[in-house]
Ligand binder design. Structure first.
Ligand code: P5A
Length: 440
């Protein structure tokens, strides 16, 4: 993408209406713009990141055997009356009336809808277990929307729902999603620690939150350093191995981690002092096992192996896809701007010409840009006629993993400069060598 053809409104000064660093940086780097309280438009660069995150979530859900569908944002109030949550949900639910005076709502979550859809189609235990998910916008009329996309009113969520014949099966589905979450966040280049949680309005006994550490997080967290060392991606654990999944769950629950809500001083004291980690955290995911709460109230029944009717066991599993954009920035930035982990970066490489009026620099940059694009490397080319310093500042702010800086002095020696955003390391090398490194 050539910057002169993109829509990338970069702001020099910090906006006064943003309190936390990720919100400031998302506004300054042109990721989002607020259109109403807690509601945001995603500008091109923000949308690229959102889509990357969404795609990682999707791929990891697919690997874990979950199946994607898409349910609507608008729901009928009657669905929610069946579960009893229409009145219970309170003022957080945005209620709408259509032209025929039918009561509708903008979905804050989809337990009722998926259960109704499933109940309409699935009649036999042979069609279980199943985990279905979608990635769809939600609306919660939060009292105090704040911190930008971190606590919006409209936000993008991945929500999955599992249906099992019995409790043992439901626990397996829960463990499967737990592992999928650990792998999902690790792939995004962030550390998200699972913590035992209260289940709130979703219901159920068994529930975990996944917390990313950041100083601006809403809850205080305590955990064993072992969580910093686990490698979930490499573990030879497979989703088809029930005993292995159970061991994973036991390992996770035996390793101390808690938010201020569930913190237990006695168990904390058992963690070796040099292994105790504390801080603040942002909830990026939350999983629930709530048994038959919705299947019972919504009339979901299947015929069991012995012919009797069985009410399936369910769970639901959420990831805050749009919140993750803010959470990743909270966890990965410096004074100059965002430092994107490569897996979610809007582009991998940024090209900057130090002198936008130097024909040799422009020719070299055009050539490198064309070759990177031909090699399939996502590249943003700052071809504006601006001072080099301004362009370098924008590039640092936007936070692409690699920068190629091209100037007349280097070109005389036959070199360009390659800078790694995360470390600030720079090296001079030929255009061919830079290209080889970026396409490796
Ligand atoms: C699980 C999936 C649920 O709604 N039902 C379907 C369950 N869980 S949850 O914890 O309430 O939400 C799941 C994740 O969504 C993100 N989230 C938000 N993101 C931005 N702004 C908000 N106002 C907001 N509320 C929830 C969180 O990441 C949460 O873990």
């Amino acid at each position: 993408m050539r910057l002169t053809r993109c829509f990338l409104p970069v702001m020099k000064d910090s906006p006064s209406d943003a309190q936390i660093v990720s919100h400031k940086l998302m506004l300054r780097a042109g990721l989002v713009r607020q259109t109403a309280a807690g509601i945001y438009a995603w500008l091109p660069i923000g949308l690229r990141v959102l889509k990357k995150i969404e795609q990682i979530v999707r791929e990891e859900q697919d690997k874990a055997g979950a199946i994607e569908l898409l349910m609507p944002t608008l729901q009928s109030a009657d669905l929610w009356r069946q579960s009893g949550r229409y009145d219970a949900y309170g003022p957080e639910m945005l209620r709408i009336t259509d032209r025929h005076d039918r009561e509708m709502l903008y979905g804050p979550t989809n337990e009722e809808m998926i259960t109704a859809i499933f109940a309409g189609e699935v009649k036999s235990y042979r069609e279980l277990p199943r985990t279905l998910y979608h990635i769809q916008w939600k609306f919660r009329d939060e009292v105090r929307p704040r911190f930008g996309v971190m606590r919006g009113r409209e936000f993008l969520m991945k929500d999955a729902y599992s249906f099992d014949l019995d409790e043992a099966g439901a626990r397996q589905s829960y463990y499967t999603q737990m592992l999928a979450y650990l792998r999902t966040f690790q792939r995004m280049g962030i550390q998200a620690v699972p913590m035992k949680a209260a289940s709130g309005p979703i219901g159920g006994e068994l529930s975990h939150e996944f917390i990313v550490l950041a100083p601006t997080g809403e809850s205080e967290v305590f955990y064993d350093a072992a969580f910093d060392e686990f490698d979930w991606a490499q573990s030879n654990l497979s989703y088809g191995d029930p005993a292995g999944l159970e061991r994973l769950f036991e390992q996770v629950t035996a390793t101390y981690s808690a938010t201020d809500e569930t913190h237990d001083e006695a168990r904390w004291a058992e963690v070796a002092e040099d292994r105790r980690r504390t801080g603040r955290g942002i909830e990026v995911g939350h999983i629930f096992n709530f048994g038959r709460k919705y299947s019972e109230t919504m009339g979901l029944k299947v015929s069991g192996p012995d012919g009797s009717m069985v009410t399936p066991e369910m769970g639901s599993y959420g990831i805050g896809v749009s919140r993750l954009v803010g959470a990743i920035i909270e966890a990965s930035h410096d004074e100059a701007g965002i430092v994107w982990p490569e897996a979610v970066a809007p582009w991998k490489v940024g090209i900057v010409t130090m002198r936008g009026d130097d024909p040799a620099s422009i020719a070299a940059a055009d050539d490198l840009y064309a070759r990177l694009i031909a090699a399939g490397v996502e590249t943003l080319y700052d071809d504006r006629d601006e001072r080099g310093g301004v362009k370098l500042g924008s590039m640092d702010l936007i936070g692409l993993p690699w920068q190629v800086i091209i100037g007349p002095r280097g070109l005389e020696k036959g070199v360009v400069e390659l800078k790694r955003r995360a470390t600030g390391e720079r090296e001079e090398l030929s255009v061919d060598a830079a290209l080889a490194k970026l396409t490796a």
